[in-house]
Design a protein around this ligand. Structure first.
Ligand SMILES: NC(=O)c1ccc[n+]([C@@H]2O[C@H](COP(=O)([O-])OP(=O)(O)OC[C@H]3O[C@@H](n4cnc5c(N)ncnc54)[C@H](O)[C@@H]3O)[C@@H](O)[C@H]2O)c1
Length: 305
């Protein structure tokens, strides 16, 4: 759907949401407008992390192409501010679709400053001993979509001499037990790809980074928990996965806005964990809490009484 006349918009509780319907309590006013004049393509932009990022980017002054499979959700989001958001139905596993989504940005908004390769699925689940190769291929196609996003964004950004490419990896890439096997492998590959492409594109003025979300409450994870096909809202607050250290889609959107903006100008090849410390600071050490105090003072030996 091409951009249309502008409507003034507000936000629901995900924060930084534009749109006169669905207005809710304001969590934060965006005053910085760090993305003024920038144009972004956000894949998976119709839901969850992608939708929160679309709203955050627009609140910071960007215009955004929402590239997603979900037409109704994507069009509804774009209708929140038709002057600055446009939806393009996109299957990110199709090279023609990815190229067309990027072409939409340049045709409608005149340039491409940010490509956010965010669309993803959990894909194959279950023990390694029963892994279906068809499910494996379907899951790894999401990795291929990141390659496609980088390829076609680079072809626009290199002549421009500037740009930012972001991709959504996962904490499952860096820690066992946080995701399905193939999903974890695909997300780990995004880290390597990000570093490699960042090294190539830095001299062209293009920064390439990845974000590793922790446990974020979105339709993807709430559906996992519910497991009964019940429809869920993007800001559903029911527990997901292990129930601890849950973040919100807006936490990832904030990281994406930072990396996309000039504030992140010296960051490249990075894989930024946004997980509430889940994988780096998972729990207070007993040495810090005092449980091991006496033993530590004796170099690890238990104090004799
Ligand atoms: N939610 C979490 O806890 C979490 C944690 C780590 C990483 N991630 C990653 O964050 C990204 C966003 O996930 P989310 O939690 O917002 O889930 P979500 O299901 O709310 O959103 C994913 C979006 O991607 C779209 N999509 C899926 N396959 C597509 C395809 N082939 N072409 C175009 N669009 C497609 C879906 O239609 C959906 O709108 C994913 O890459 C996911 O793996 C999520």
């Amino acid at each position: 759907m091409a951009p249309g006349p502008q409507a003034d918009r507000v936000e629901p509780d995900g924060g930084w949401c534009l749109g006169s319907s669905g207005a809710g309590p304001r969590e934060k006013d965006i005053t910085d407008h760090r993305l003024d004049g920038m144009v972004a393509v956000i894949t998976g932009g119709a839901s969850g992390i992608g939708a929160a990022t679309v709203r955050r980017f627009v609140a910071e002054g960007a215009r955004v192409v929402i590239a997603d499979l979900q037409t109704a959700e994507g069009e509804s989001l774009a209708a929140e501010d038709p002057e600055r958001m446009a939806f393009v139905r996109t299957d990110v596993t199709s090279e023609a679709d990815v190229e067309a989504a990027i072409a939409s940005a340049t045709q409608w908004f005149g340039r491409l400053d940010v490509m956010f390769n965010n669309a993803g699925i959990i894909g194959a689940v279950g023990p390694i001993g029963t892994l279906s190769l068809a499910d494996y291929e379907r899951t790894m196609a999401v990795l291929r979509s990141v390659v496609l996003g980088m390829k076609h964004a680079a072809n626009v950004m290199i002549p421009q001499g500037s740009g930012v490419i972001l991709s959504t990896s996962s904490v499952a890439a860096v820690s066992g037990g946080l995701g399905a096997h193939t999903y974890s492998a695909a997300k780990a590959a995004i880290i390597g790809l990000t570093q490699s492409v960042a090294a190539e594109l830095w001299p062209h003025g293009i920064r390439v980074n990845a974000i590793l979300p922790g446990k974020i409450t979105t339709p993807m994870t709430v559906a996992l928990r519910a497991g009964d096909g019940r429809p869920v809202e993007p800001d559903d607050t029911r527990d997901v996965l292990l129930g601890e250290r849950k973040g919100h889609a807006r936490d990832i959107a904030a990281a994406a806005a930072y990396l996309a903006s000039d504030d992140g100008r010296f960051v490249a090849g990075e894989s930024l964990r946004v997980d509430g410390g889940l994988t780096r600071a998972g729990g207070a050490s007993p040495f810090a809490t005092g449980s091991y105090r006496e033993a530590s003072m004796l170099g690890g030996r238990t104090k004799s009484r």
